[in-house]
Design a protein around this ligand. Sequence first.
Ligand SMILES: *Cc1c(COP(=O)(O)O)cnc(C)c1O
Length: 509
Amino acid sequence: MVHLSRVRKCPQPHHEHRAVNQVDGSLESPYVYASRFASEELPEHAMAEREMPADVAYRMIKDELSLDGNPLLNLASFVTTYMEEPAERLMSDAMSKNFIDFEQYPQTAHIQNRCVNMIAELLHAPTTNNDAGDQDAIGTSTVGSSEAIMLAMLAMKKRWQNRRKAEGKDWTRPNIVMNSAVQVCWEKAARYFDVEEKYVYCTEDRYVIDPKAAVDLVDENTVGICAIMGTTYTGQYEDVKAINDLLMNKNIDCPIHVDAASGGFVVPFVNPSLAWDFRLEKVVSINVSGHKYGLVYPGVGWVFWRAPEYLPQELIFNINYLGAEQASFTLNFSKGAPHVIGQYYQLIRLGKHGYKSIMLNLIRTADYLADELRKLGFIIMSDDGGRGLPLVAFRLKADDDRLYDEFALAHVLRRRGWVIPAYTMAPHSNNLKMMRIVLREDFSFHRCNLLIEDIKMSMKSLEEMDESMIQKYTHYMEVHGGKVPPNHPYYKNEKHSLQGKTGKSHQVC
Ligand SMILES: *Cc1c(COP(=O)(O)O)cnc(C)c1O
């Protein structure tokens, strides 16, 4: 069926003075906003028959994208929003290179290997001698931590299965032990690869994994324990050493994978003496997001293994691609080269001193922000003093007289452009509502003070509202993206049926 109604045009009575297109009889102008394209809907369901001039296509898309949020004001995400101009130039120069084509782009492949070695050294990875006598770490670039975690999960599962098969035991029911506050990619990996999820639940006042509870959950089908540096909810670091020591003392043969998506580029510079990485014997693999505190635009991630024995050979494909032998352990084949190149730029441009200075600035600003929020009456849920990621997780004090909640505050802040998410804490923590501000490289002390002023102003304007206005706000929030948590009183009104559709709280990234 043809939906004629889809082609919506503005009524235009004054077309007489314009040139008529010889092909389709439409009115033409070389000036973008005087052309017919400015008075027509853009193609959405089917491609147009004819071309559109490049400057028109560019302008139309650019204009539409201005409705997206401003990345600089997006304090919801860990993902990099600032890179220096020379890095951007290098990356756009490499845009047309396919990363996987090692033979055609051998220097890009070498650059990846250098990144693997340099980052692995930060994580104290043991090195092995390769054929050329060089020291090489075992790892690979990925699109992000999600792909990295899927690869690590597959390696742990395969290794466990191989051992079980060799012992003549059942190898069909693998499980993994992790915190209920894991990032969603762990649930994905577990389901995609048929690994049962065994959770240690958070409580109202503990948001990190309980090491003893984790080790107690381990059984003969456990492929590994996941520990997080640090969690997406509160940024706190999990006690990897306690898990490691318990496994060692009890002589339990179970590996640990550390999800250091954010912490991998923070802890080595802020808490160099904290042992959480390959210095711990039971840690067999670690993932890091290059596009978080690795300071590269999305998407690039990294995954490392302690030794070849933790990366079963059958997962590595030696492919002959366009004449060159190459080893590959990835979920996809083709991908862009710019992000690996961007990572190498940051590593050599900043050096350890540069990364350390950036991370210490962020920790100082985060501590200051936490102090200021405390003064405003908030309860701080994250750790300060660099004992967690440079973020501030906080919530309002319980107060029956207050009409507004964290979700309303998030919404009012949005009016100024700040994106600061409100969400409910991981399952079993009494549905605590909370907010989170992630500090990234571009969040200077000055911008922090501007934000604090806006938080004060937003609270003041909410305090001045009466109940009916607050209700209007709640309604508005529901309409704009399902941001109301499933347990919100809003849903007591039967007309609103979102509950049950989502069930799960707003996912944070
Ligand atoms: C961001 C994050 C992930 C997912 O990483 P991507 O790089 O976005 O795929 C996984 N785990 C943790 C702890 C994270 O913070």
